[in-house]
Design a protein around this ligand. Structure first.
Ligand code: FES
Length: 102
């Protein structure tokens, strides 16, 4: 496992959203009400970008067909769709990132 840096902590604030692509990995970083979420950037239903999704509490609603996913577990509300991949935020020095397999 190795640390993959995604963003400087100084850039984070409530309302922050950014899609970050590193090699073949593309994730969406979200800060809402002080909580950080790192999830796959595209909806598991039909691949819509989630950056424009509506975040309410720990949930995000896809802008295309309005499926709702839990940002902590990734589960689809209702369970009819594949779950969203979620990553645990990891902090190293002044950086936010995730741990990935080599
Ligand atoms: S593409 Fe997201 S709900 Fe259909």
């Amino acid at each position: 496992m190795r640390f993959l840096p995604l963003e400087k902590l100084i850039n984070l604030h409530d309302g922050y959203r950014k899609t970050v692509k590193v090699d073949s990995l593309e994730v969406l970083l979200i800060q809402d009400s002080g909580a950080l979420y790192i999830v796959q950037s595209r909806c598991p239903h039909r691949g819509q970008h989630l950056q424009a999704g509506t975040v309410t509490g720990p949930k995000i609603e896809c802008p295309l067909h309005h499926f709702v996913f839990d940002l902590v577990t990734g589960a689809h509300e209702g369970g009819a769709c594949e779950a969203l991949a979620v990553h645990s935020p990891v902090f190293q020095g002044n950086l936010l990132g995730i741990m990935i397999d080599d």
